[in-house]
Design a protein around this ligand. Sequence first.
Ligand code: XMP
Length: 216
Amino acid sequence: MKWPPQGRSQVQLGNEEKDIDSSDLSKGRFGSLLLSMPPGRILISQAKLRARVRELGVTISRHYRRHLPPGEKPLFLGVMNGALFFFTDLLRAVDLDDVEISTLRVSSYAGTQSAGTLRGLKALGDSFNGRHVLIVDDILDTGLTLSALVTRLKELGAADVKTCILLEKRRKHDVPIKPDWLGFKIEDEFVVGYGLDLDGKYRALKQIRVLKTPDQ
Ligand code: XMP
């Protein structure tokens, strides 16, 4: 579209579609909306996220249909808050007779840096004994969170632990670990949206965006 638009037009401002007139722009009426636009460039669009999550749902359903012992149901464990949208969308895309759903919270990040230690694992109870668990998480960065979680679930007696991660950063992980199922490989940049946040901000954005922080 030509910018600024001529006459009346529908434009996307942030997450909202607005019907605007070119004279509104010249009068500055939309200045505040332009300022509240989401940060950074779109790395993965809503349509691409939807399509990939659908594919993962099909693959994961096929896997559990083939490999679960009779009478067993898998336990899908979503890591909050980052995997919130991914987890619920994936659950909708999965086609299995019975799935048990649980969530947990762990955290290692402060700002855009990993704090290196993980809080929240001790609180996990003994309900994992003998279970086939699928960990669903937002992003694999240093690898610390995922490997600590897999180790802990095995200690608690899980019969099988698989991992499904939305994003994996293209970098050498501090702890070597490979997800069983992956949405997208991305460059080593800080991303937000679709559940991923920067200290609580940008989590509700519909797309994954690369954040340019003020110190960059
Ligand atoms: P590790 O380093 O343990 O990271 O593999 C896992 C957790 O760190 C958070 N993380 C990010 N969050 N944008 C975010 O919003 C990022 O680029 C990013 N990199 C890591 C995230 O919570 C993840 O589960």
